[in-house]
Design a protein around this ligand. Structure first.
Ligand SMILES: *Cc1c(COP(=O)(O)O)cnc(C)c1O
Length: 432
């Protein structure tokens, strides 16, 4: 399979280059040159297949030219080491729980796939591969934990000082080993800009083997389509149309759902739900796309003013904006609405995290306007990861899962960093 750049369809590379480079040299995102369509009978049979068996089929369709069957099984087994159940919250409305992995957020899936695939693809084992990651929270913890202890790979995480929840911070600042955290004086977009500049700096790239593990990397992006297939296969058989609502920030997760749809999964409708960082919902309502500075919210993993996967979404529709706006409906919510949703659902016996709450709200509004759907919203993190917000909303203490509580005992170690590229470059050059 070849992968093309969203900035230039003629620039095409193989899997290895697309994964190790992360971003195309012209700043575009890589996309598979062809989207394989799975036979209908295979998709129907998925209700009797395990999560991993579904994984072998989907990943096989995309990667079998580049990887052996054994590698595909190894990759899928490593990635899907935990379940992603659907839970009925209301009639015809389900939560897809993506928080049963090691760091209790959906990014574990992409990060685990990415680390395993990178270690398979790095041919020169004598060189250190340096993974640069900008994070507004969950990416950092998922990538750090996915790569922890992987030989020949060092992970450098850039996060905005004071803008990440304490618990999230602990998950990537306490690990040590091959994981280093840089605390940047700025917002998430500053971190993302520093990383992008580093990849475009010729001098740096001659000295260091740099790569990204942000959701722009196809190795992070593609495997997220697996849980759409799995969730769909576990829904009760129905003649109703199915909608998926995705709480979105950089729009990688929803893009992977659209990829699953284009591979033949009969999802009828997507709902893109955001907090007040609403550039995509505005676009979906017919306005031109316009990036804006990010605004801090209680769903801070979605505080993104310039969603990096937007060009990928456009590419999925071949630039057909009308089809894009029909297939994806956009909604956005304030912090007050988010907190109210957490409070309103609790009595039904379900605890939402602030991100899942935004997805739930989007789904409810869509289903109210469009009767006759079965809806699934993605619960992208465990509520305990955002305990400050959730405990305040509910006025009660949450019981933290053990693996989350364990992080709190580690000691935070960071390197302070300004937001100028010179300073960041100097730091990287010092590593050689
Ligand atoms: C990253 C993240 C999101 C947003 O996902 P995108 O793929 O960037 O749109 C939503 N919820 C949580 C908990 C996250 O960590």
């Amino acid at each position: 399979m070849k992968y093309y750049s969203t900035n230039n369809h003629k620039h095409q590379v193989g899997l290895s280059e697309a994964v190790i480079k992360g971003l195309a040299p012209d700043n575009g995102l890589y996309m598979p040159e062809r989207i394989p369509v799975l036979p209908n009978d295979l998709i129907e049979k998925m209700s009797e297949m395990s999560f991993r068996e579904i994984g072998y089929a989907v990943i096989g369709a995309l990667f079998s030219e580049d990887l052996t069957e054994k590698q595909i099984h190894e990759l899928v087994d490593h990635t899907l080491s935990f379940d992603a159940p659907i839970v009925e919250v209301e009639e015809d409305l389900y939560s897809l729980e993506l928080f049963h992995g090691p760091t209790l957020a959906f990014k574990d899936v992409g990060a685990r796939f990415c680390s395993k695939l990178m270690s398979m693809l790095v041919e020169d084992k004598s060189k250190t591969l340096r993974v640069l990651v900008a994070t507004s929270g969950d990416t950092g913890s998922a990538v750090a934990n996915g790569f922890l202890g992987v030989e020949g790979v060092e992970v450098i995480i850039l996060f905005p000082k004071g803008k990440v929840s304490k618990l999230q911070e602990k998950q990537f600042t306490t690990l040590g080993q091959n994981i280093t955290a840089l605390e940047v004086e700025g917002v998430f977009d500053d971190c993302q800009t520093l990383v992008k500049q580093a990849f475009l700096d010729r001098e740096l790239n001659e000295k260091l083997m740099l790569t990204s593990a942000n959701s722009i990397n196809i190795a992070r992006w593609i495997p997220q389509s697996l849980y759409y297939f799995y969730a769909f296969s576990r829904l009760p058989k129905t003649s109703k149309k199915v909608a998926f609502a995705v709480p979105s920030g950089n729009f990688g997760n929803i893009g992977a759902g659209i990829l699953a749809q284009q591979m033949g999964l009969p999802i009828a409708q997507f709902v893109a739900a955001t907090n007040v960082n609403k550039v995509v919902p505005e676009y979906l309502h017919g306005f031109p796309f316009k990036a804006k500075p990010s605004i801090p919210t209680v769903s801070n993993s979605m505080d993104v003013g310039n969603p990096s996967n937007f060009p990928r979404l456009l590419a999925l529709y071949g630039g057909d904006e009308k089809r894009f706006r029909e297939n994806v409906k956009g909604y956005f919510y304030t912090d007050e609405q988010t907190v109210e949703a957490i409070q309103a659902i609790q009595p039904k016996g379900y605890t939402l995290d602030p991100h899942g709450a935004v997805g739930y709200l989007g789904l409810k509004d869509f289903m109210a306007e469009n009767p006759g759907y079965v809806g699934v919203f993605l619960e992208t993190a465990h509520p305990g990861k955002f305990r400050d917000v959730v405990e305040e909303a509910l006025g009660e203490k949450l019981i933290l899962p053990e693996r989350l509580a364990a992080f709190l005992e580690g000691e935070k170690k960071v390197i302070p960093m300004g937001k100028s590229f010179e300073e960041f470059k100097g730091y990287l050059e010092g590593l050689v």
